[in-house]
Structures are given as structure tokens and as C-alpha cells.
Design a protein around this ligand. Structure first.
Ligand SMILES: [Fe+2]
Length: 139
């Protein structure tokens, strides 16, 4: 996805900040995949996964606090963590030796995922978040 813009705001400061950071991390990983940087990739994947898990927990806590039905989002989170695991295992096993087509495939997967996560999943919470201050944090 490139960069975070105002249209990607879902109306909550901590979620928006985390999305900005996720986009930066995903861009970094895409660059590493294209550069076949098998030295930096495993750590970058660990960092992304760790950050993602915390992000998903944060989103779920906010959804619960504002009584937003979160089942669909939760399903997406479970699915993407599994896919990441799969991609990580595959790329680490290939140790930097993958084709341009594979690099393109994984890079597209990451871009598509982050776009889908923000625009098609988290954006569903925006109407409900309108009733709360931008810096709302569950108690
Ligand atoms: Fe999110």
C-alpha cells in the first residue's frame, strides 16, 4: 500500500497509529522480499507478527468497549495470522532463493492484505467510533 492517508482513518487514534506502523513494516518486508534479504526477513517477520497480535488484541478491546460485533474481524485476524505463518515458513525455507514471480506474489499478498484489513474490515467500526473521542481508549 505505500503510505497512510486521512481516508484510511477509522476514527480512533491508537488504531490509526498502529495502522501507520503496520504499513511501514509491511513496506519494509516487501522491500526485503524483492531484495531477497534472507538475513533481515526472519526478524522482520517476527516483529510484524508480534505487532499484529498486539494490534488485533487492541482492536478487539476497543470493539468490546463500544459494543461493536467483532466476529467477522476476528475471523479475518485468525486467517491472516495463519497465512503469515505460512508465508514466513516458505520464505525462510527458501533462504533468499525465490523467483521474481514469487517475490511479486508475496509482495502483492502483503499489500492486498493491509488494504483489505483497513478498508474492508476495520472501516466497519468507523460509524460506531464516531460517538467516541478520537483518543478513546477502553478503560
Ligand atoms: Fe487494524
Amino acid at each position: 500500500m505505500g503510505t497512510w492517508t486521512e481516508e484510511l482513518s477509522i476514527g480512533n487514534e491508537s488504531i490509526d497509529t498502529e495502522h501507520k506502523n503496520l504499513i511501514v513494516m509491511v513496506n519494509g518486508i516487501e522491500a526485503m522480499i524483492k531484495a531477497r534479504d534472507s538475513f533481515a526477513l526472519p526478524q522482520a517477520f517476527e516483529q510484524l507478527e508480534h505487532y499484529l497480535c498486539a494490534h488485533f488484541v487492541g482492536e478487539e478491546n476497543i470493539a468490546r468497549a463500544i459494543k461493536f460485533p467483532f466476529a467477522k474481524n476476528k475471523q479475518e485476524h485468525k486467517y491472516v495470522l495463519k497465512e503469515f505463518q505460512h508465508m514466513k515458513t516458505e520464505l525462510v525455507a527458501k533462504d533468499g532463493i525465490w523467483s521474481d514471480a514469487a517475490a511479486e506474489h508475496y509482495s502483492n499478498f502483503l499489500s492486498n492484505w493491509i488494504t483489505d484489513h483497513v478498508i474492508n474490515e476495520d472501516m466497519l467500526m468507523k460509524p460506531a467510533l464516531k460517538d467516541y473521542p478520537y483518543d478513546f481508549k477502553p478503560g
